[in-house]
Design a protein around this ligand. Structure first.
Ligand code: ZN
Length: 312
């Protein structure tokens, strides 16, 4: 283990928040507001009889409300909002060692007992674990897991909540070679950029309800289906809105740079640059047609130029 790893490991097990009791006991009015907001219609939260029918002694609080019961009041939060000294020291140690970036990786909530109106809830937060040095796609760093333990008035553990972050050293930036920045490709958008490389402008379509969507995403906003395919866009549309970018000048772009929101005839909108036109000629509502910017061997993007057709 490196010298730093040994040093940072010393934070393991340290207390971030000593046991703190929630300001109010578990109570029906807050449960009522919460289930209404969440749209949770399970009757066991408000109806004693319905809860007894499930073998409980009476109505119980929704498990996920554990966090609600220990939320500090606004006044308390404003008056005492400094992070704990342990946390401040740990972050300073990470920063000093060059692990200055952070990304949240996962959260894990476990429930062990149910709460009922009248129960008091406390929370204690500790640094549960700090991993050895790991190399990830983002860079090299350490995973930090904090643990919140929620207890009731009998000191019985009601729930635990683990929150993991990666403290890492950002990778050195590649030398500026004058290329346009790369899009952040992922499982949900790569198909769109792959099609663009073939000079095909595609639109994602929900195969359950047929609605078209852009930007790309895993789920239909209309019917929540995860099934989708694509259709080829006609390439015709109009300028919905635009800005002209003068500054700051980013390598790979020519300035002034027209950045337009194009409304396709199919109804979806996308952000694209415009070609074959100067900034003072662009007008909202003007018909446009598809063009392509082959920026470099790895990047092709749709652009739009004034339409040759007549608008009717
Ligand atoms: Zn749908």
């Amino acid at each position: 283990m490196s010298e730093f790893a040994t040093k940072i490991k010393e934070f393991e097990g340290q207390i971030l928040t000593p046991t703190t009791w929630g300001p109010d006991a578990v109570n029906t009015p807050m449960i009522r507001h919460w289930v209404e907001t969440m749209g949770d219609t399970n009757p066991i939260y408000l109806d004693d009889e319905a809860a007894r029918a499930t073998g409980r002694d009476g109505a119980v609080a929704p498990a996920l409300m554990a966090q609600v019961w220990i939320m500090r009041t606004f006044t308390d939060k404003m008056a005492n909002n400094d992070p704990s000294q342990v946390w401040t020291d740990m972050i300073a140690a990470f920063d000093e060692a060059g692990f200055s970036s952070v990304v949240a990786t996962d959260s894990d909530f476990e429930f062990f007992a149910e709460l009922r109106a009248g129960d008091r809830v406390s929370v204690t937060e500790t640094i549960e674990a700090i991993s050895e040095e790991k190399t990830t796609g983002l860079g090299t760093g350490h995973f930090v897991t904090t643990l919140k333990t929620y207890c009731n008035g009998d000191d019985e553990v009601v729930a635990t909540q683990r929150w993991r972050t990666l403290r890492f050293a950002p990778k050195p930036k590649k030398a500026d070679v004058g290329l346009r920045p790369r899009p952040a490709l992922n499982h949900d958008n790569a198909f769109w950029f792959e099609a663009a490389k073939e000079h095909r402008l595609v639109i994602q379509r929900c195969t359950a309800c047929g609605v078209l969507r852009h930007p790309t995403g895993p789920m239909c906003g209309e019917c929540q289906s995860l099934e989708w395919d694509t259709v080829d866009a006609s390439g015709r549309g109009t300028v919905y809105s635009f800005v002209v970018n003068h500054h700051p000048k980013i390598p790979g772009f020519e300035y002034p740079l027209i950045v337009a929101t194009i409304e396709l005839d199919e109804g979806t909108r996308l952000i694209a640059n415009m070609t074959g036109i100067t900034p003072d000629e662009v007008e909202i509502g003007m018909p446009v047609e598809l063009d392509w910017i082959d920026a470099d061997p790895d990047l092709t993007l749709p652009a739009f130029r004034p339409a040759a057709r007549e608008e009717h």
